[in-house]
Write a protein that binds this ligand. Structure first.
Ligand code: ADP
Ligand code: ADP
Ligand code: ZN
Length: 215
């Protein structure tokens, strides 16, 4: 049984960016509750319809919906060799549930905080663009694609998430402070917290992450 890596940090810290690098290089599955929820919304599944209103306004989707998807995903065979949780847990109650779900595997948990100063988050979030086809992450200010609105990797169209518009970004940052920030102390107390400075260039952050996680 491999490590269970929990990526912690505010919206826009670079969790997804680092997760994709780790997943590409080490083959560890990237389990992003945000990506899974957005897919459900796009496919208009029952679960997606339930989650949509909360997501549009930058609030958290209910714990039972999210726990359902996470449980199902973690039970698949590819997660046996380890996995990376991105965007989950989002509050202390989800963290307690995760502990229960993992049982013995909880010993393998490492929580990695991608730490960045609040004042750069707005630009990272409002400048974020994602490839519709392959999920690659860009930023119009910090890491623009070679051709405007086109993915360097697959030529797919780049779009801005609805919740990356400035009005919603502010409410997401509030929700983070209120609900998710306490998880830093939670995992510190559990003796599982590691911290990486996420303000540097993505490849430098990646080097540190690899060292910290012992990959
Ligand atoms: P999160 O998953 O934590 O919300 P993302 O990985 O999607 O964050 O990154 C948010 C935005 O910031 C994206 O536009 C991404 O290209 C950009 N970004 C990520 N890491 C860095 C970094 N180290 N320096 C500058 N910009 C970054
Ligand atoms: P980011 O990585 O930019 O912070 P995510 O993609 O993780 O954003 O999440 C987008 C939205 O999906 C959140 O604002 C929230 O509505 C919903 N969401 C994702 N993960 C969870 C979770 N673990 N619990 C509740 N809601 C979630
Ligand atoms: Zn692409």
């Amino acid at each position: 049984m491999g490590k269970v890596i929990i990526l912690l940090g505010p919206p826009g810290a670079g969790k997804g960016t680092q997760a994709k690098k780790i997943s590409e290089k080490y083959g560890i599955p990237h389990v992003s509750t945000g990506d899974m929820l957005r897919e459900a919304v796009r496919n208009k599944t029952e679960l997606g319809l339930k989650a949509k209103a909360a997501m549009d306004s930058g609030k958290l989707v209910s714990d039972d919906i999210v726990l359902g998807i996470v449980k199902e995903r973690l039970s698949r065979s590819d997660c046996k060799k380890g996995c990376m949780l991105d965007g989950f847990p989002r509050n202390v109650s989800q963290a307690e549930s995760l502990k229960e779900i993992l049982g013995e595997r909880y010993n393998e948990v490492v929580a990695l905080l991608v730490d960045v100063d609040e004042n750069i988050l707005i630009k990272r979030l409002t400048g974020r663009r994602n490839c519709l086809k392959c999920g690659a992450i860009y930023n119009i200010y910090f890491s623009p694609p070679k051709v405007e609105n086109k993915c360097d990797k697959c030529g797919g169209e780049l779009i801005q998430r609805d919740d990356d518009k400035e009005e919603v970004v502010k409410s997401r940052l509030e929700v983070y402070k209120e609900s998710t920030l306490p998880l830093i102390e939670y995992y510190r107390n559990e003796g599982k917290l590691k911290i990486v400075d996420g303000s540097q260039e993505p490849n430098l952050v990646f080097e540190k992450v690899v060292q910290l996680l012992g990959l």
